[in-house]
Design a protein around this ligand. Structure first.
Ligand code: GLP
Length: 234
């Protein structure tokens, strides 16, 4: 693991931006994208840049089960508002939250992922160490799956909804094996809320109890931290 600590979140986002630009220059075709607050400064920089994604594909990590693409809190809308309206990709894929036929949606998304192998995957991390929506206990060999969100994730994501009971309790997510198949991974983590998960990811055992710890086994992963997120590292 390549671990970098920055004075500010903006500087970490600039580093991630430069890696994306370098990948584009080197002919990368597929970018794996994440949602949440963490990648927002990166997406702002991409949106304001002259980078051209019109010949590349994006695949997102996850989508809430039951939310339509036009639902204001769906990850489809998040991507549209924060990136795609400024930087259209040739193709952009997210799981379809309104496909309630779980097996067909899982197969559809796995097919998309095998047809579009990810060159660079952007990740955030949940307070409990989840990546995508792969909660503690997730099988490291899993590809796309329907996951039950933990109470702590529902609480954490409540801030985007009017109340906790509006947060969906399930989501489609790329599995850990899908994430690990990316050629390069960049994980961003900011703030004291993430410090414990960051420490366990980097210094703890590789364990399904802390899904992000599997990244210790990836050959090309960079962890970008601000001071607060790095504060518990030895
Ligand atoms: C969500 C997303 C993750 C994200 C994480 C952290 O549950 N599914 O992809 O990394 O939570 O979110 P935030 O960046 O808002 O802290």
């Amino acid at each position: 693991m390549n671990i970098k600590q920055f004075e500010t979140e903006e500087l970490a986002a600039s580093y991630a931006f430069d890696r994306i630009a370098a990948n584009l220059d080197n002919g990368a075709k597929v970018f794996g994208l994440a949602t949440g607050s963490t990648p927002l400064s990166l997406y702002r920089k991409l949106s304001q840049s002259s980078l051209d994604f019109s010949r590349t594909t994006s695949v997102n990590l996850d989508e809430y089960y039951g939310l339509a693409a036009n639902h204001p809190q769906s990850y489809h809308q998040y991507m549209e508002q924060n990136l795609f309206q400024y930087k259209p990709f040739e193709n952009s894929y997210l799981p379809n939250g309104t496909n309630l036929e779980v097996n067909s949606e899982i197969q559809r998304y796995n097919r998309i992922l095998s047809e579009h192998p990810i060159d660079l995957q952007i990740l955030g991390i949940g307070r409990n160490g989840h990546i995508g929506f792969n909660e503690p206990g997730s099988d490291f060999t899993a590809h796309t799956q329907l996951v039950n969100l933990t109470e702590s994730t529902i609480q954490a994501n409540q801030r985007f909804f009017e109340s906790a009971d509006q947060v969906p309790t399930k989501a489609y997510s790329m599995g850990i094996a899908s994430i690990m198949a990316a050629k390069e991974i960049i994980l961003l983590a900011f703030g004291t809320d993430k410090a414990q998960a960051v420490r366990d990811m980097i210094q703890g055992p590789v364990s399904e109890d802390l899904p992000a710890s599997i990244l210790q086994k990836h050959p090309n992963v960079t962890i970008l931290l601000d001071k607060a997120a790095a504060s518990l590292l030895n």
